[in-house]
Design a protein around this ligand. Structure first.
Ligand code: AMP
Ligand code: MG
Length: 318
């Protein structure tokens, strides 16, 4: 696995050649390239098999660089940035003219955030351009939370993965946009709605719509393992109904004793939603590698990061 490395200078060398790297952040790993390199941006879309209607997130290391990317920034956006950056909050803002329409999927808005990961920040500080980085998973599959996951997906497509260890949040950023200066939620993520509402007031939630041009990342099927996944509120009944199948089980904190369950992953024995979010994607990837017929996952409490976890599991089950 020699393409996985700690060497930031090597990462810079590869990026300066208009190439794409595996990039650690606190949310999930990204596939990163120079936002001003058409070659790098085209490669991100092609190796991810991402449809061109699905825009990328721009990663900065400092809020001082924001005005080069976005303009007419609403006051609430500035407040949110002050509170949550660096961190897992993406803001959708009006784009500056020089931001390529390939990055924004022809929209006049751009998605931007400052990641809270020492390696990512140190890399971003050393290069003269921001990085466009969508999650480093093939379109619709489970997002990667370790350098090894990125290797598993893209070892034949990229020549370098910057190793930043396991992702601290383990779930994507929360995405907030604005309409008439009022906040809109585009994607549940690692920052809870409750904590955003403390700063921004009531946040309206954009509902799922496969053809809604404002919300390209909200596809109903996403984050999906190859193995069939059932999301349930009644774990015992679902296990009983599928007792002749080889079952992989994901629970929040309970241990379930059942002879039908081949393998069980408890996401947080301490009943901690942040820990559960951190472990979610690795659990899906691990179970997907096992010889089982189905994954049964327990629905989480619909509060705080439990909502973000339910969002991912609902799309994974679709
Ligand atoms: P990911 O590929 O997982 O990093 O997610 C990036 C997501 O950001 C996309 O799928 C979109 O949902 C969202 N996004 C990026 N730019 C925009 C934009 N201009 N307007 C709305 N959503 C955006
Ligand atoms: Mg993604």
């Amino acid at each position: 696995m020699s393409i996985i490395s700690n060497d930031i200078n090597k990462a810079i060398e590869v990026l300066l050649q208009d190439e794409v790297i595996g990039f650690p952040t606190e949310t999930v790993y990204g596939l990163a390239g120079n936002i001003f390199s058409e070659k790098a941006i085209d490669k991100i879309y092609s190796i991810k098999k991402r449809p061109s209607f699905n825009p990328l997130i721009v990663h900065l290391h400092s809020v001082h660089k924001l005005s080069a990317i976005a303009k007419n920034i609403p006051d609430i956006a500035t407040e949110l940035a002050k509170k949550f950056w660096p961190g897992p909050l993406t803001l959708i803002l009006e784009k500056q003219e020089n931001i390529s329409c390939k990055i924004t999927a022809n929209k006049n808005t751009v998605a931007v955030r400052i990641p809270n990961h020492p390696k990512a920040l140190s890399l971003l500080q050393k290069i003269p351009f921001p990085l466009a980085a969508p999650s480093a998973n093939p379109f619709k599959s489970v997002s990667p939370t370790s350098a090894q996951h990125v290797y598993h997906y893209f070892k034949n497509d990229i020549s370098f993965i910057l190793d930043g260890g396991n992702c601290e949040s383990g779930i994507e950023s929360t995405i907030i946009g604005f309409k008439n200066e009022k906040p809109l939620l585009y994607r549940h993520g690692a920052v809870s709605i409750e904590s955003i509402e403390k700063i921004a007031g009531k946040v309206s939630i954009i509902t799922n719509n496969e053809t809604n041009p404002d919300a390209p990342g909200m596809l109903l099927k996403h984050y999906s393992p190859k193995t069939k996944l059932i999301l349930t509120e009644n774990i015992f009944e679902t296990i009983e109904n599928n007792r002749h199948q080889k079952i992989g089980l994901i629970t929040f904190y309970k241990e379930i004793i059942s002879s039908s369950v081949q393998h069980q992953i408890i996401l947080s024995k301490n009943k901690n939603l942040e820990e559960a979010a951190r472990n979610l994607f690795a659990a899906l990837i691990e179970l997907d590698e096992m010889n089982i017929d189905m994954i049964i996952a327990e629905r989480f409490p619909e509060e705080s990061l439990g909502r973000s976890i339910n969002d991912r599991l609902t799309r994974a089950a679709f």
